[in-house]
Every structure is written in C-alpha cells, then in structure tokens.
Design a protein around this ligand. Structure first.
Ligand code: HEC
Length: 328
C-alpha cells in the first residue's frame, strides 16, 4: 500500500496557499509579513508541521483501514484509486475551442494543390480566435462612439480627477496629522476651540513674561503693531518655536510644545492684537505690515474742488481714484 505519491505535492501547495492568504490579509508595508513579523514565521512553521502531521495521520489511517479489507476488496480499492482522474469537461471545451478536425477526417479538408509534395489543409479558423476578433470589433465600435463621437473623458480630465482626489487625501491626512506643521506651513487658526487651547497655554507658560493680557513686562508687548522679531503667524510661530535673540529671555519652546500647540498659542497671541491692554509696554521693534493684507491707510488729500490725489503709505501716487467724493 504505497500511494502517497501526491503528498510531496500536497504539502507545499497547502503551505504556500496558506502563506499567500496570510500575506494578503496582514498589512506589512512593502516587505512580506514573514520577514517583518517573527510571529508570522512561528505561525508558518507551526502550519508546516501541522500539514505534515495531518498527511502522516491520514496516510496511517488509510493504511490501517486497507489492512482490514479482504483480498478482493483490496484489489477493487487499488483499481479505483489508480484510475486516472480526467478533466473530461475541460478537454471537451478545449477541443471545441480549437475547432480542428480530427486526424482521421483530414481527407475532407485537404486542398488540391500540391507543391513538391507539400499540401495544404483548409482548416477553419479556431473559434477562440474568431470570438476574440468579434469582441475586439464590438469593443472598437463602442469605444469610438463613447470617446470620439459623444466625447467621453480624456487623459487631461483623468489627470485632473486624480490630482483632485490626491488633494482631498492630503487634506484628510492633514486633519489627522496636525503636528506636521512648521513655520512655513502654519496657518492662522480661528477656531474658538484652538484659541481657547492657545489661551490656556499662554497663561500657563507665557504670561509670566508677557502678562496675561499680552501687554508685556520682561517680554515685549504682543498686542501692538510693532514686532521685534516680525509679526504675522509665520514669524510668531517661528519665534515661539526657535526662541528670541540670545540672552533676551525668550527661549525656544519646540521641546516643550507640540507644533499644533505652538500654532494654537501663536494664533492666540495674534488674536490679542489691538486689544490695547492697560499699562502696556511701549512699542518695540518695527511696525509690521502683513505683505498679503490689503493696503490700508489711504489718505485722501483734497487739492482743489476737482483734482483728487491719492497718497499711499509708500508714496505711490498711481493708485486709482477713490470712487466717491462729496465735493462738486
Ligand atoms: C522668561 C520670559 C519669557 C517667557 C516665559 C516667554 N517669553 Fe516671549 N519673549 C520674551 C522676551 C524677553 C522676548 C524678546 C526677545 C527678543 O527681543 O529677542 C520675547 C519675545 C516674544 C515674541 C516676539 C515678540 C516680538 O516683538 O517680536 C513672541 C511672539 C513671544 N515672545 C511669545 C511668547 C509665547 C507664546 C510664550 C509662551 C509659550 C512666551 N513668549 C514665553 C520673554 C519670554
């Protein structure tokens, strides 16, 4: 009773099947899970032993059962087992798809001409080829109408869709990765929750030197238009993150505060702008003008009753005339 020929095949097949399923379900990045997780190696070793054990047990049971059979039954059993299992259906379909005549019937399709003993069989085109050819024709017609007659999407549009989808993904990612900001990417937060959190950080860490109202004591006034180290969210964030000039007392906060927290407290600082607290420190540094802000402080000087000259802060006189003047 030796019919374990297939077990050397069954064992690796089962093993790699399970390995494949495991790799499919375990997300391990670019590297296969077996290499990434030692647990997975232990698991696969266990599976291998298990498969071998199962094979062994099944073979042993079969052997024992076989010994209990009568001689005649033994023969019948072996005969049944050795009978070849055939892919009858697959073979039939394969033949049909080829559409070729059997050798015996070739006389029917041989052509008359004969060149030096070489003759030609007039075989039909194989059905698999013909069907595929029809399919390409149908595809071509559908394609032509869909994209050239009725104007479907083209590569440019597909590109834009993908960019838009990627943009949305980035936005989504940014929401979950709030600490990914730095001085170049930080944006002014206006959400009440963020400002509240910023206020808490400010009173806890900064008020000792800047006063609770931001009016300034050791550190400068944070509520006026004047900044030593630059105003605007990016500069303020940078000052908080990197600290002020050496020896002045403003330390770098990036080791104590997360980027998201620095953005919150920076936004809170800017929200105090113009609050004019009592006993505020005198302005220090330079007047800060947001380069992106709309130009303000336009003075209108009346020269005479009809001529109007607009004087901007930078002395530029080319600006358009204000639309409305009361003088006639
Ligand atoms: C130990 C005192 C001290 C603490 C605490 C402190 N600062 Fe300052 N801060 C200063 C000083 C001093 C300066 C001026 C630095 C300079 O001139 O270089 C300053 C400058 C600043 C500036 C720049 C002001 C300008 O005019 O450019 C900002 C913004 C600022 N601090 C915010 C904060 C925030 C937010 C906190 C809390 C997280 C904080 N500071 C904590 C002392 C302090």
């Amino acid at each position: 009773m030796k019919n374990n020929r297939a077990s050397w095949l069954r064992i690796p097949v089962a093993f790699f099947l399970i390995l494949g399923v495991m790799e499919y379900f375990i997300d391990s990045g670019n590297k296969p899970a077996v290499l990434t997780y030692p647990m997975a190696q232990v698991f696969m070793l266990f599976i291998l032993l298990l498969i071998i054990a199962v094979e062994g047990i099944v073979a042993a049971i079969e052997n024992v059962m076989f010994q209990t059979l009568s001689e005649e039954a033994k023969e019948r059993y072996l005969a049944a087992k050795n009978k070849k299992w055939e892919w009858k259906w697959a073979k039939k379909t394969y033949k049909q798809l080829l559409g070729s005549k059997p050798l015996e019937a070739e006389g029917e399709i041989i052509l008359d001409h004969n060149y030096d003993g070489i003759r030609e069989l007039d075989n039909k085109l194989p059905p698999w080829w013909v069907y595929m050819f029809y399919a390409t024709i149908i595809f071509g017609v559908v394609y032509m109408f869909r994209f050239h007659v009725f104007g479907g999407y083209d590569q440019d549009l597909e590109y834009e869709w993908e960019v838009a989808a990627a943009q949305a993904e980035i936005e989504e990612y940014k929401k979950t990765a709030k600490d990914l900001i730095d001085a170049n990417t930080v944006e002014l937060l206006t959400d009440a929750g963020d400002l509240k959190a910023g206020e808490t950080i400010f009173t806890g860490n900064c008020a000792v030197c800047h006063k609770v109202d931001g009016g300034g004591s050791i550190g400068p006034n944070l509520t006026d238009d004047y900044w030593v180290l630059g105003g605007g969210i990016k500069n303020v964030f940078n000052t908080i993150s990197e600290g002020g000039r050496a020896g002045k007392g403003m330390v770098s906060w990036k080791t104590n505060l997360k980027p998201s927290e620095m953005a919150q407290v920076a936004s809170y600082v800017l929200s105090m702008h113009g609050s004019n607290p009592a006993d505020a420190k005198a302005p220090e540094g330079e007047r800060w003008m947001d380069p992106t802000a709309p130009i303000q402080d336009v003075q209108v000087q009346q020269i005479d009753s009809t001529t109007i000259e607009v004087i901007m802060d930078d002395g530029n006189t080319d600006a358009p005339l204000p639309p409305d003047t009361d003088s006639e």
